[in-house]
Ligand binder design. Structure first.
Ligand code: G16
Length: 535
């Protein structure tokens, strides 16, 4: 073991005594200045995970949708998924161990997981564009090298690109070439092949406006743009040349405030979309001729994609089961549309892609999206094999063509994690193939008016939830209070939950009309005030 070297270099990344951090919805996240020791230790943990799984493990330095001053870390498991939940407790113990406890914390993991420290290991590292990210990624590298492990620093990449790279490296390139260029080649080929089959490729020549959230997504879409021409013409706003990351822009801002980001030029009827700070989320929107803003969030994206796939499955005549996974934030109208009109089973998971991803793996085709625009589609091995086979052996031209389109979707979608760029290309291809304008897409169903709020409290951990976060069990009386309000309004729903990425409590409410909703949306705040008093 190389624990001596580890402890020695840990001094350069000393933990502020007494600081405790929680492993949140997507890893550790807080003000950047509190994270140096966490990064060093996550470098160590990634090496242990790599030895344990005999695979390449990823470490992404990002705080995604959070403000520029924050930072965070996401760990990527062998197939490109988020770190397995059983290891989150190791991550927490390691991050919170005082300097003199670090050796014990490491030894415990090594013992419990029976890790052979002589085994090979390799860690790949990426970072977003935050000013703090470069130094923090150097702290990760210090951790990795303290264990004398191999590593490769991919520098500035989007989170989904790092997930893609991890998966490619662990499948000997079967998932694709493990480079950013390989990612562009794979996705753009699938996109171009798909769109070329469109009878409508001339139909909607309007370009797509992208709000890059002043982050890594803007950089990456610039690099990729040339691969997509002439089939997709892009107009990039908030490209990072002047604005601040996620400030008054980005997918989270647009979704939560239900309004256009600053810095984008919107013309009536034109498609616009926003990425978040590490380009793993996307939402679409447009303004109509009366200049009213319309949002097409993760629910609308899930509906568009699953409708498209379901139609193709009918054409290829394959009996593959498909399910859609959402969270409590899914608009009631979307769930009803999927279940009652599309006859697709819908499941509700806890917030966090790790939960949705897991559930979606139970289907031949699992579509998962959070309302905030984080999601993707998973194809089982069986589904992929059957589809690929039908491209040549389909009994009619129609079925071979549909199989070809499904195959292109499989290659275009980033199955490792939600990916703004990949999702955007899937959406653009579907709109083109179906000759669908953004207005027509929006008309598939009408959202129930809804409102999301963030409330700051002394200690958000006093709230405990159950039933996929749709009900609270603590503090006493809170759920009863919410129930009391909810039952006064038709088709209404409300819940509160502590955020796992920000120091806030999230409040969500929806009801059937704008008038009723206006009254209803403010009531949970009163509930929250009661809670604040109780804290
Ligand atoms: C992360 C997670 C998402 C989650 C979001 C908000 O997104 O990956 O699954 O929906 O945080 O989580 P919470 O409500 O617990 O703060 P991102 O894009 O910030 O990495």
């Amino acid at each position: 073991m190389h624990l001596e070297a580890v402890l020695k270099s840990s001094v350069r990344h000393a933990k502020p005594a007494g600081l405790t951090l929680q492993y949140g919805t997507a890893g550790f996240r807080t003000k950047a200045e509190h994270l140096d020791h966490v990064m060093y230790r996550m470098g160590l943990l990634a090496v242990l995970r790599s030895k344990k799984t005999k695979s390449v493990i990823g470490v992404m330095v990002t705080a995604s949708h959070n403000p520029e001053e924050d930072n965070g870390v996401k760990l990527v498991d062998p197939m490109g998924e988020m770190l397995v939940q059983e290891w989150e407790v190791y991550a927490t113990n390691l991050a919170n161990a005082e300097e003199h406890e670090l050796q014990t914390a490491l030894t415990n993991i090594i013992k419990e997981e029976t890790i052979n420290m002589q085994d090979e290991s390799c860690v790949v590292i990426g970072r977003d564009t935050r000013p703090s990210s470069e130094n923090l990624s150097l702290a990760v590298i210090d951790g990795v090298t303290a264990f004398e492990s191999r590593y490769q620093d991919y520098g500035l990449v989007s989170t989904p690109q790092l997930h893609y790279i991890v998966c490619c490296r662990n499948t000997d390139g079967r998932y694709g070439e493990p480079t950013v260029e390989g990612y562009y080649q794979k996705l753009s080929k699938a996109f171009n092949d798909l769109v070329k089959q469109s009878p409508n490729s001339e139909a909607d020549k309007k370009s797509l406006s992208i709000d890059g959230a002043n982050g890594i997504g803007a950089l990456k879409i610039r690099e990729m743009e040339q691969h997509l021409q002439p089939l997709l013409s892009l107009l990039l706003f908030n490209d990072g040349s002047k604005g601040k990351l996620n400030h008054a822009c980005g997918a989270d801002y647009v979704k939560v405030l239900q309004k256009a980001p600053e810095g984008i030029d919107m013309k009536p009827g034109e498609r616009c979309c926003s990425f978040d700070g590490d380009a793993d989320r996307i939402v679409y929107y447009y303004k109509d001729n009366e200049h009213r803003f319309h949002l097409l969030d993760g629910d609308k994206i899930a509906t568009l994609i699953s409708t498209f796939i379901k139609e193709l499955l009918v054409k290829v005549d394959l009996t593959l089961n498909m399910g859609v996974v959402q969270t409590a934030y899914a608009n009631g109208s979307s769930t009803r549309y999927l279940e009652e009109i599309m006859k697709v089973p819908v499941y509700c998971a806890k917030t966090g892609v790790k939960h949705l991803h897991h559930k979606a793996q139970e289907f031949d085709i699992g579509v998962y999206f959070e309302a905030n625009g984080h999601g993707t589609v998973l194809f089982s091995k069986r589904a992929e094999e059957q589809i690929r086979q039908l491209v040549d052996t389909g009994t009619s031209e129609e079925s071979r063509k549909a199989a070809q389109m499904l195959k292109n979707v499989i290659d275009l979608i980033n199955q490792t994690v939600g990916d703004a760029i990949s999702d955007m290309l899937v959406i653009e291809a579907i709109l083109s193939l179906k000759g669908l304008s953004v207005e027509k897409w929006d008309e598939i169903y009408t959202d129930l008016p809804n409102r999301q709020l963030k409330v700051k409290v002394a200690d958000r951990r006093v709230i405990e939830t159950t039933n996929a976060e749709r009900r609270t069990i603590k503090p006493p009386g809170l759920q009863e209070n919410i129930d009391e309000i909810v039952k006064k309004y038709h088709m209404s729903r409300a819940f509160v939950r502590p955020s796992g990425t920000e120091d806030v409590v999230r409040v969500y409410a929806e009801a059937d009309t704008q008038v009723r909703h206006a009254k209803f949306a403010n009531q949970p705040i009163k509930t929250e005030e009661r809670l604040r008093i109780g804290v």
